[in-house]
Design a protein around this ligand. Sequence first.
Ligand SMILES: C[S@@+](CC[C@H](N)C(=O)[O-])C[C@H]1O[C@@H](n2cnc3c(N)ncnc32)[C@H](O)[C@@H]1O
Length: 387
Amino acid sequence: MIPSNLCDLVTFVPNKQEPVHNWLYYKEGYAKGLVEWAVKEFGLQEPVCDPFCGVGTTLLACKQMGLQSTGFDVSPLAVLASEAKTRNYDLGAIEKTLAEFGAMHPRPIGKFPNPKIRRLFREQQMDDIYFYYKKILEITDPKVRNLFLLALVDTTGRVANVVKIGGSLRRQKKPPLPVKKLFLGKVKKMLLDLRHAKMPAVEPAIFTADARITNLQENSVGSVITSPPYLNKIEYTKVYKLELGLFFNSQETRLRAYIADEAAVPDSAGAENGGGMRAHIADGATGRDSETRMPLIAKAYFDDMRKALRNMLHYLRPGGKAVIVAGGGCFPYETVESDDILIKIAEEEGFRCAQKIVARCIQCMRNRTIKVGTVRESVIVLEKPAQ
Ligand SMILES: C[S@@+](CC[C@H](N)C(=O)[O-])C[C@H]1O[C@@H](n2cnc3c(N)ncnc32)[C@H](O)[C@@H]1O
């Protein structure tokens, strides 16, 4: 049965009320309920794989259901969040480290090297964040270290003088919020969540990898639940510039929201999606693929999705299903319906399409005022034919 709130389940919004899921807000994510519904509705088998795992919604929901899972993502921030949310912790070790951090008095211990990032903070806040970051790196238990780092990532987003709007960061002066209070308060909240969670001990395998390249062992996965980046050119390096720059050395971690190779797409091309029900389209010339007549950015996106789908077909067991949430692309003078194109590609690669369920429709606007059309956000169910 299709849930009446499917249009919400394809968004991260319901996760805001879910302990552990809500440790880091990830606008690009979907809800825990989507995974629970998909597992029951389509009789999905374990291990479940999410090759675009984001902040670990699939992996954590599977853990909560006692299912084995594995996931990967190109973003080290996403992998950090996925890991921190799904580990089995020694709560005593977290409490002990929390007490140690509580007794610390943050002081300037040098300047964070990147001046562009420094400028996004008040000096005091930047000094405190840098102090705690260095102290976190000294934590020897990797699980506890990751949990504290995720708490600091969340705190950083709260105190920085920027807000995430659509596909970019906008400067916005905030009051001088207390880093220590927010950071330690976040760790306390995480600890409380873990105390009440009573989660099954099953731990997913999680790693940093590119879904276009990385393949798992043939026939090793029972099912896939995933949501690749949408065809809308939000630059993850821009949206998460702050976190990536501060904690992951962003120079080495360039990645783009859409899965496409940078080289294949001119920088001026494309569209931008506000992520809500209305998609705003950025101005800009879009080159066109001579064969398909698609905007180049769309062509590159689907070429990359083909690679990811081909890998999925390889590692799924015969009879295994892949449940994929996909959204269409908004371009200045046209829309591109990703779901149908992805189904066509999947079938060319050897999948059978079992179902397509439209979760919601998104209006595409040019210059925020001119309506270009609507695109769908759909749940596609593919099946690897039994041999
Ligand atoms: C729509 S989000 C997935 C969100 C996830 N379902 C959740 O609830 O958190 C898409 C994810 O794909 C990742 N990504 C982008 N290109 C990728 C690639 N080539 N290989 C693997 N992951 C990629 C992004 O970092 C992002 O986290």
